[in-house]
Design a protein around this ligand. Structure first.
Ligand code: DC
Length: 215
């Protein structure tokens, strides 16, 4: 598919709904750079935890966001329940979000991109040509996260995984700044009963229609 130059595709939605899998595959298919914006918040949370400080400390979290390096994004300890919660906490701090905004905008503006996160279609790129909002039931998202963790050899308790997803959903959706929201012009895909292939094809069909691309 040939896209108009500079096309930005925003992929938002709650944790473990399948955003990352979809966004990565769309980027590969469409020849666009891909940015997992959750990694930025995860890396900031990690840097704050490394200092032994509470991720809700706004002053420290902002300083760590401003000091972020590409190496921080390549760390192997950015996934798991401690990193999940720390990311969600620093992400509720307005100064942290402000510090990360320019990087995300520059990344997308350079040559177009697929970005996934919570506020890409509402705040980072409100003018994005294509916006997708990916959801799934809490039970299904918890099931997927549980399989992902155990697949990586991490011990997990299904009930606890579901409780953590609920907590993070509430924190991400109820914060005053850039909460998880479906943009009014976003196409919503509920992936509860869809596999990764079906989700990908539903997204691709929408993109074709939206951009009126035939091939
Ligand atoms: O997508 P993820 O689960 O890796 O994101 C980790 C946390 O970062 C998530 O709980 C909320 C926050 N986040 C955000 O607030 N805005 C984004 N654009 C991406 C992630």
């Amino acid at each position: 598919m040939r896209l108009p130059a500079g096309t930005v595709i925003a992929v938002d939605g709650p944790a473990a709904a399948g955003k990352g899998t979809l966004a990565r595959r769309l980027a590969a298919e469409l020849g666009l750079p891909y940015l997992d914006t959750g990694l930025l918040y995860r890396a900031v949370g990690r840097r704050v935890l490394d200092r032994g400080i509470d991720p809700q400390d706004a002053r420290v979290a902002e300083a760590e966001a401003r000091a972020l390096t590409p190496e921080d994004l390549a760390r192997s300890d950015l996934r798991g329940s401690l990193a999940d919660m720390a990311a969600s906490k620093v992400a509720a701090i307005p100064a942290v979000r402000a510090a990360l905004l320019d990087f995300q905008r520059r990344f997308g503006a350079a040559q177009g991109a697929v970005l996934d996160g919570r506020d890409i279609g509402t705040v980072v790129f409100p003018e994005a040509r294509v916006k997708l909002f990916i959801t799934a039931s809490v039970a299904e998202r918890a099931r997927r996260r549980f399989l992902e963790l155990t697949g990586r050899g991490v011990a997990a308790d299904p009930a606890q995984v579901e409780a953590e997803i609920r907590d993070r959903d509430a924190q991400d959706a109820n914060r005053p700044v850039a909460p998880t929201r479906r943009a009014p012009d976003a196409f919503e895909i509920d992936t509860t009963a869809l596999n990764a292939d079906e989700t990908f094809h539903a997204a691709l069909a929408f993109i074709r229609k939206k951009l009126r691309v035939i091939a």
